[in-house]
Design a protein around this ligand. Structure first.
Ligand code: ZN
Length: 324
């Protein structure tokens, strides 16, 4: 059973929002593409795991654990009565060659080899185990969910750690006889106690340095026409409610401007004043926590991102969206 949802990485949310409102330089563009690829790989992994079934284990996805003062990211942890399996998901595509500990694609050497990443991640859990004096197995696999990934290597040791796309079903099925009882539940609690927020996300742009306004959720166009309770996209024909647009703006604000405070005034400016003050004020109070008093009131978005807010709020909303 999934214990944590797979969320879009914060850095990807930043680049997506920025991409609509500014032109990305080469480095940002490449970084965004890498993050998009990584996320697609994780979704593929989830899908296959879903098909195989996972009622007999606790699964944590995309978490940061603080163990002994240092923080490590984990793509997926599978917890059963016998221990914890670390899964590092690598959505590589194309041909890779491994000699010794060097990974090559063409003539290019990858800067950080996947097995040592996995070793570090599993090592942290072993240290935790030692500290607590528990007895459980820590195993680790590198998972490659892309069908077009081909690996060439004579390193016996490496193959023991690798799970290719065609082997994923079998790998997940190897947990079939496992179960999650009291000890697994204790392990899951232990993991949960060490979860922290992503400490590495520090990106942000200056407020006012990027394009203001509202853009279409279907095609990204800023060419919108105001209707009573909707905006109609003049480029693709999608119609989204004013509320949807405001939620998107709040979510973008959260990821774009670092620690800049979201105030009514700033949001008004950010949306290019395309919605009247009262509607904005109402939406802020519905989707955010208000902090501070009167003139210094600022808002904290209640949700992780736009998608989460929509999922949770849509059932009670009056005006629908019509995406093309
Ligand atoms: Zn559109």
């Amino acid at each position: 059973m999934f214990t944590t949802e797979r969320k879009l990485p914060e850095e990807l949310l930043y680049y997506r929002a920025l991409n609509y409102r500014a032109s990305l330089d080469k480095d940002s563009y490449d970084r965004k593409n890498r993050l998009e690829r990584g996320f697609t790989g994780e979704q593929k992994y989830d899908e296959i795991l879903d098909q195989t079934g996972h009622q007999n284990m606790y699964i944590f996805r995309d978490i940061y654990l603080n163990i002994g003062g240092s923080i490590t990211q984990y793509d997926a942890l599978l917890i059963t009565e016998s221990g914890i399996a670390v899964n590092e998901i690598k959505n590589f595509t194309g041909e890779y060659r491994v000699e010794g500990s060097s990974w090559y694609t063409g003539n290019y050497i990858l800067p950080d080899d996947a097995p040592s990443q996995l070793r570090r991640a599993a090592g942290k859990l072993m240290r935790l185990r030692q500290k607590l004096g528990y007895d459980f197995a820590v195993t680790g696999k590198l998972i490659f969910p892309d069908e077009n990934f081909h690996l060439y290597s004579r390193e016996e040791n490496l193959w023991n750690q690798v799970v290719l796309r065609s082997e994923m079903g079998d790998y997940f099925r190897s947990f079939e006889n496992e179960y999650s009882g009291e000890f697994a539940s204790k392990l899951a609690d232990l993991v949960e106690q060490h979860i922290v927020a992503n400490p590495y996300f520090k990106l942000g742009v200056e407020f006012g340095s990027i394009r203001n306004g509202l853009y279409c959720g279907g095609c990204g166009s800023f060419y919108l026409k105001k209707q009573y309770f909707h905006f109609a996209c003049q480029s693709c024909g999608s119609r989204e409610s004013t509320e949807t647009h405001l939620v998107r703006a709040m979510s973008d604000f959260k990821y774009l401007f670092g620690s800049a405070r979201m105030t009514t005034k700033r949001i008004m400016e950010f949306i290019g004043e395309m919605v009247d003050y009262r509607t904005v004020f109402r939406a802020l109070n519905k989707y955010c926590y208000a902090e501070g008093r009167r003139k210094s009131t600022h808002y904290k978005f209640k949700y992780y991102d736009f998608d989460e807010a929509m999922r949770k709020e849509i059932p009670g909303r009056k005006y629908k969206d019509y995406l093309k």
